[in-house]
Ligand binder design. Sequence first.
Ligand code: GLC
Length: 451
Amino acid sequence: MKTRSLVLMILLFCLLIVPKQAQAQLPKETEAQKTQRMKWWTDARFGMFIHWGLYALPARHEWVKNAERLTNDQYQKYFENFNPDMYDPHEWAKMAKAAGMKYVVLTAKHHEGFCLFDSKFTDYKATNTPYGKDLIKEYVEAFRAEGLKVGFYYSLIDWHHPDYTIDEVHPQRQTSDTAYARLNKGKDMSKYREYLKNQVRELLTNYGEISVIWFDFSFPGKNGKGRADWDSESIIKLARSLQPGIIVDDRLDLKDVEGGWDFVSPEQEKVAKWPEYNGKRVAWETCQTFSGSWGYYRDENTWKSPAQLLELLIESVSKGGNLLLNVGPTARGVFDYRAQDRLKSMGEWMKYNGRSVYGCTEAPAGFTAPANTLLTYNPVTRRLYVHLLAYPMGTLNLTNMGDKVKYIQFLHDASEIKYRAGRDNAKNDLILSLPVQKPPVEIPVLELILK
Ligand code: GLC
């Protein structure tokens, strides 16, 4: 009886105390400290995502191995022919900077398992391809030299590692439990967990300050994978201990763990309002592609227009969020001409209108956006920005703003916008007189200096 209760007590200890202790090791942080840690990121508002790997060679989506159910052998030709002879990350960094982007996140490893960096724990890496060099090292140095904050995307999923068990999103996915059991016999996920940790340690140790890390992604459930499969808590603790300032996405399946994530990451989605978790507004970033794929996709033609892309950015800021816009470089190592074209247009706009983006957020309550406009607000300078998505003809009414506004100008050329008060029961409205002709700006912005 005595030994039984002792065993029970130990069991209880393990169940209740140990996991709590494990959680307690995540650095404690107040709300204000977290806001401060993330300030450069929330001020930046605009970053570049880069999806690059072996999938640039087939050039038909970064999930090609999955979609076509390719085996490692069938996929091997892309490894053997990987030789991005034109890779010049300085050129990439210059384009990102000119577009107005302030940070960058590159796929150090995507689901295919190929490592762009020189990892000690695998042979499946850039240094063993005809290219023969660590792509990550050059990338980190180049973007830093342009003054951008540097981040990594690291896939939790791995369709190449021998101990990674076949699951429902694997190229070799099955339809029955027995088939899964047969294929997974002998695979040891604990070895894969170790591999994950080792690689995260390498990435966050060997390349200097890393400002963002994207772990991707969890899909808990039967034939899925979640926090226990990755050992997510250890991974995030490791990340935070190696890079105390690092900003981490929310795909480790640790939503309910304090310190388990820093921002939510709605993918290819325009959010309806500022996202909340447990009733509180949270930091957020939407990641978006120029067209339908993250990796280079030669024949995909649904490219968004510069105006649509700018709207995405402005719309995010107007709801307190960031935009991480993706480029999928080709297998020669260059940005697709369509991507270059869009980056240039965005940069042209940002050059004159970045003030309505950087450091800006949702407008305070009480400011109503007129039809076809988006509002952003800089709480430090106390300026309100009205983005004219559809250019009005001659006049624009701002409802109930008369007592709040001191001066109005176009942002791109600082030219005065004259206005008068409304009449009768609309005396607090402002009626702006705008030039009939739309200024030569993709989305013109009005800057309102408030009282
Ligand atoms: C997804 C996809 C992927 C892409 C990512 C970006 O989860 O698996 O290919 O890397 O989202 O958010």
